[in-house]
Design a protein around this ligand. Sequence first.
Ligand SMILES: *[C@@H]1O[C@H](CO)[C@@H](O)[C@H](O)[C@H]1NC(C)=O
Ligand SMILES: *[C@@H]1O[C@H](CO)[C@@H](O)[C@H](O)[C@H]1NC(C)=O
Length: 716
Amino acid sequence: MARLYTLFLSFFLLFLVVLSGASYYPGKRYKTFSSDSPLIKYEGTWSVARSRQYDSGALHITHQRGAALSFNFSGTGIVWLGNCDRFHGYAQVILDDEAIGTVDLSCDVTSPLNRRKLFETSDLDNRPHTIKLINLGSRLRHYGVGVMDIDTLVVVPGKILDYSLVDSHLASSQRLDRLNLRQNQGPDWKLTRRGTSGVAAMQLAIVSPTLAIIIDKVERNPLTVDGHPAWAALYNLDTQAVTPLRPASNSFCAGGAFLSNGTLVNAGGNAVVQPDFGDVDGSQGIRLFHPCNSADGEGCEIYEDPKSIKLASPRWYTTVLKIQDGSIMILGGSRTGGFINDQKKNNPTLEYFPRKSIHGSGGSPIYLKFLEDTLNSNLFPIAFLLPTGNIFIAANNDAMIYDWQRNTEERLPSIPNGVRVTYPMSGVGLLLPLSYEDDYKPEILLCGGSTLDDRRDPKDYSSQEPASKQCSRMVVTEQGITRGWQVEEMPEARIMPDGILLPTGQVLILNGAQTGVGGYGNAKDQIGQSNADNPAFTPVMYDPQAPVGRRFYRDSSMPTSSIARLYHSSAILTSKGNILIMGSNPNLDRSNDKYATEYRVEVLDPPYMFQERPVIRASPRIVDFNERFEILLGGKIDNAVVAIMDFGYATHGVHANSRLVWLRHEVDYGTKLSVAAPPNNRIYPPGPGWLFVVVDGVPSEGAQIMIGDGKDPAAN
Ligand SMILES: *[C@@H]1O[C@H](CO)[C@@H](O)[C@H](O)[C@H]1NC(C)=O
Ligand SMILES: *[C@@H]1O[C@H](CO)[C@@H](O)[C@H](O)[C@H]1NC(C)=O
């Protein structure tokens, strides 16, 4: 027996070398309950294996299908530790009487690996819970009935202070994945290549049912115009044709938003870097792209008059946000290019376009203390217009509410666990869908980023430093703020992710890297020039309505791309309902080194693209606030819900202006919906949008609509 045990140990050591770090030992703050604990109740036939490698020397094992254990605990999370090998099967997890998923207990080895995290859940309400684990039996008929065992249960007490302690191993995150891996009920997801973008797609927006606008920096792109490389283009969603545009100035790291009259504004940029390409200094650049009614973009152009239409101050990495009067707020940035922000180059102000003479500014920039307090990692702040008319802003590790009409700042709780969410520790922020059903209660979701020290010498950064898995979520009401940020975890860490609101109200998280930071040319171990490595190739879905622990999921058909989408990549929802994915260029100029400047375009089709979809046959071109209007539908309309969406403007993982508002509606006759426009300009700021009708989770294509009066924004 002793010899057998030694033999087993040596086997085990071998695997330990291969899969080092995957055994899990909880921190001191956690309460552990070994399988011998009298608090664990067993049902069915179980045996006990005794060995020093297990907590209290015991491992409870069952080979019986339907055998179960249950356990009452009080806390915010629980982790199940046990063995895995090829003979383990599936288990069902029941939490508080609800079946929350199936866990695959197996791993592809014949000698068991111990102390594996077989299941974990966190971010539960801090109260008593009951967990029940049921053996579902075999995965491979060949091996007979599947084994299920338990070494220890680990309870996460009270508030989670250091989330990284709960889950710091890739192996366990794969478990989390598997838990929420759903079998496709209907058609599969599909990822397809759709031509090339001609210019690197640093910035991306949808400007019509057929056209996307791509805006890059001045660099040696293959697409040319007027005898020099182009740095902006229109991409045709139907034909994949790319047509160059002619911005005058360098739009390097600008932001964008649509005004109330439908004109897209691109603001900020950089100085001239290629004098022979004919560009002018873009650091105070304002570039206008008026509504384009030609399906192929014929005659549509970027308008720029750098001498007379420009920002009041230079801004690089600025966030551009449409506000309720239909104008835009241009927020933060640095005065010159560089890497991370600092006191010297910081521009801790905001301004408006058209300019506003408020708070005694006379149209010049207005100081925001928040943008000074949040140095250094505070570029491209995450900002959203709230239904109160105030602005939510997150930068670095902090957040606040800005009342722009009174020029006051109200600080919010910091983002938990030291996670920074803005450039170069770029995460993604979204305002979750607003609904009349809960009085437009606003909720912010922040995902990814990094806990790296932003005061460290950037030369000290490593491309291998793990990014953050954390998503933080807060309801931005008095009560929600008191409750604070609620944290949960993505199946994998991401820096520079994109977050896309789908017309179904769910969120798709894609792109980015699992290690490193944004930017290029800084990290001590750059990959080519990239500060980041280990691309996140597989998107993940997040269902904001699902209970905690079930929100992240992947259908079994979720595609994995082979194209790294790192710094200067982008993704955006199209009016067809699918996701356009472009770019990646962690390089000073066009480069073929790893990670090369990426021109290949991909389109990701969710399963609903292949289902029978509702069809909007007729809808108005423009509706004012609170107005009633009709949508004529083809196809079935039972259980129809109606969304108005702004697809936002994608740049550097910032999806400013992304918005989905569920609209109040009634069914008139069989094929007509009577819909109420957004009640006011704070719920949906005036300007262009897309209407979707969603029936049983399947959306129509989007119909373009103008909300408000379509007039020029207010100026004063
Ligand atoms: C958990 O608590 C409930 C309610 O008090 C009780 O009925 C049940 O038997 C307990 N289960 C275990 C495993 O202790
Ligand atoms: C929209 O308004 C802006 C700001 O007043 C103006 O510069 C632009 O020309 C307007 N667009 C159209 C299409 O008139």
